[in-house]
Ligand binder design. Structure first.
Ligand code: KIV
Length: 263
């Protein structure tokens, strides 16, 4: 089987074909997701909440993400894997080198970092050193203590324009994918149309190039589902069909609908 690459994702954007991605933390689920047709997975620091039981992503370490990345890689040898750089692991560009290297050595194809234009030097330095970088804007859970909670971002014109400018700056600096979390659909559409790189949304409406869900949300394991998330297992009754339904509804633009978006 041919490994999935960034070029494949760029081609999907050019052809205006939407794609589904999901978080994965272990080999068994990673294998099942790949088998059903999900070619891009994120080893998210959401594992701090979904796997480790903390109330935020802040306690997650580089060692934790490395461990789970190795497990996911073992289950999905051909998938494109994005590993989250956890809280404070990229506070300076220098610090980000060793930490990104550890994640790439564990089997990641790309690292993801949360934040705006202050990260441009880090993005440039990492990409120049052969580490592809995914940006993450909007609701950035590592900043929960600054944001004052898990809230929709970019609702007013000033913060929307700041997010838009950050996206442009990060693309110029070299990011090759962007995750937009919990932003109004119109803003996500504006960013998606302005950027050449693929944009993946979560709680960002159905105008982005791709979608991502935390696997525990997509399978209804999370106790209180966020507004944008959908329990696909409830509709299908088994995990494989739930994953297939998620993929089909993303590819056809059925999910997320208005009820699962912010306007
Ligand atoms: O950690 C994570 O799972 C994420 C997604 C919510 C995009 O960053």
């Amino acid at each position: 089987m041919k490994p999935t690459t960034l070029a494949d994702l760029s081609q999907l954007k050019k052809e205006k074909r939407k794609f589904a991605t999901i978080t994965a933390y272990d080999a068994s689920f990673a294998h099942l997701f790949a088998e059903q047709g999900i070619n891009v997975m994120l080893i998210g620091d959401s594992l701090g909440m979904t796997v480790q039981g903390f109330d935020s992503t802040l306690p997650v370490t580089v060692e934790d993400i490395s461990y789970h990345t190795r497990n996911v890689r073992a289950g999905a040898p051909h998938s494109f894997l994005i590993a989250d750089m956890p809280f404070m692991s990229y506070a300076t560009p220098e610090q980000s080198f060793d930490n990104a290297a550890a994640l790439m050595r564990s089997g990641a194809n790309m690292v993801k970092i949360e934040g705006g234009d202050w990260l441009c030097d880090t993005v440039k330095m990492l990409t120049e050193r052969a580490v592809p970088v995914c940006g993450h804007l909007g609701l950035t859970p590592q900043s929960v203590n600054v944001l004052g909670g898990y809230k929709v971002q970019g609702r007013d014109e000033t913060s929307a324009q700041k997010l838009f400018n950050d996206a442009i700056a990060l693309e110029k600096a070299g990011i090759q994918l962007l995750v937009l979390e919990c932003v109004p659909t119109g803003l996500a559409q504006r960013v998606t149309e302005a950027l050449e790189i693929p944009v993946i949304g979560i709680g960002a409406g159905n105008m982005t190039d791709g979608q991502i869900l935390v696997m525990h949300d997509a399978l209804g394991i999370t106790a209180r589902l966020p507004k944008f998330a959908k329990d696909f297992l409830k509709e299908t009754g088994n995990v494989r069909d739930a994953v297939r339904l998620y993929i089909e509804q993303v590819e056809s633009g059925i999910y997320p609908d208005q009820a699962h978006s912010f306007n």
